[in-house]
Design a protein around this ligand. Structure first.
Ligand SMILES: C[S@@+](CC[C@H](N)C(=O)[O-])C[C@H]1O[C@@H](n2cnc3c(N)ncnc32)[C@H](O)[C@@H]1O
Ligand SMILES: [Zn+2]
Length: 324
């Protein structure tokens, strides 16, 4: 529906191939705003018209996800870690909304796990990669839109957002916007950076990210980020990974700096670890949320049966039932 007035959208198709609309128009029958469909993606966000903070975020992540387009078999387990307690069976026949789909790695998994439909939305050029990743999946759909201004009716059984809300100017507002699209009795999940245990990031890394790494050209950051990425890579491959694989080693490593997180990313190869480090440094906006703040989000939407989990001792996973 129209993101401005909730009016019905009328579709005109200029080019379709094998049942997929590649070029066309969506026109609101109420306020006459119109939105184009280009390269198979309905475009509801005009990046030249939005606030500069969101524009910068979209620019940086757009570059990231059109550069780091690799796929990895470890994504499924990583995704389930963020979604806990949700399991693949949960998706069966559900209509699912993904807030900030990035390159579409989770959209793909949800489509494979039997969702009736999954709609991945993202503000940035990442949608181009997400579209290519899901083009052969009839139950996966990609839309370019701002999470605060969704062109969607309240019609979803489940909404989730992984690693997105903490990059918004108002994280709780983004969460509420997603929750407002879930029907009564449906569910919502979110994963966000934690404040607890990340004081070293907020104190030492954030100033560098805010003043330098999110401001410089992405190609320069790609090279510069190889230095911290190589440090992480060597530490995980030579120390944290091997130590955590033996019982004696594990009992020692559990006292090491950031062990839970570094153990979790240790199985990933160089390119994925480089992506993870780049991702942390490229974001112009990043909030680190305390358990208390995160719990308030769930209280404010009147969610029920809420389960909040402390993930890798550095972030929060939430799952709950939407009641309104
Ligand atoms: C760290 S990435 C995570 C992507 C994906 N969820 C994943 O885990 O692979 C954050 C994503 O949020 C998107 N994003 C940032 N602000 C947004 C907004 N206002 N509306 C929609 N998406 C947004 C970015 O474009 C980016 O793709
Ligand atoms: Zn309208």
């Amino acid at each position: 529906m129209c993101p401005s007035c909730s009016g019905r959208l009328l579709l005109s198709v200029s080019h379709a191939e094998a049942g997929e609309i590649l070029e066309g128009q969506l026109r609101c029958e109420n306020c006459t705003r119109s939105f184009s469909i280009t390269r198979g993606i309905p475009r509801f966000a005009d990046l030249n018209q939005i606030e500069s903070e969101k524009q910068e975020t979209a620019e940086n992540f757009g570059w990231q996800w059109t550069h780091f387009t690799q796929e990895d078999t470890l994504y499924a387990d990583q995704f389930l870690g963020w979604l806990q307690p949700v399991k693949p069976e949960f998706f069966h026949d559900k209509v699912v909304l993904e807030g900030g789909c990035g390159k579409g790695r989770h959209t793909q998994l949800v489509a494979q796990w039997g969702a009736r439909d999954v709609v991945g939305i993202d503000l940035s050029a990442a949608v181009e990669t997400a579209y290519s990743a899901t083009v052969n999946m009839p139950n996966a759909h990609i839309i370019q839109a701002d999470i605060y201004n969704l062109p969607l009716a309240k019609s979803f059984d489940y909404a989730f957002s992984i690693g997105v809300l903490h990059h918004l100017p108002n994280p709780k507002g983004g969460f509420q916007s997603l929750a407002s699209k879930v029907t009564m009795g449906g569910h919502i999940s979110a994963w966000v950076y934690g404040a607890e245990n990340n004081e070293w990031i907020t104190r030492w890394v954030n100033p560098v990210r805010e003043k330098l790494t999110s401001k410089i050209d992405q190609r320069a950051l790609l090279q510069l980020s190889k230095i911290p990425a190589a440090t992480v890579y060597l530490a995980t491959k030579l120390i944290y990974g091997p130590m955590n694989r033996s019982r004696t080693g594990e009992s020692i490593a559990r006292h090491f700096f950031y062990n839970d997180y570094l153990k979790a990313i240790a199985p990933f190869g160089w390119r994925e670890q480089h992506t993870i480090v780049f991702d942390h440094l490229v974001a112009p906006t990043a909030f680190y949320l305390s358990r208390e703040e995160f719990e308030e989000w769930w209280r404010d939407i009147n969610a029920e049966e809420v389960i909040i989990t402390w993930h890798n001792k550095n972030s929060w996973c939430g799952f709950g039932k939407v009641t309104a």
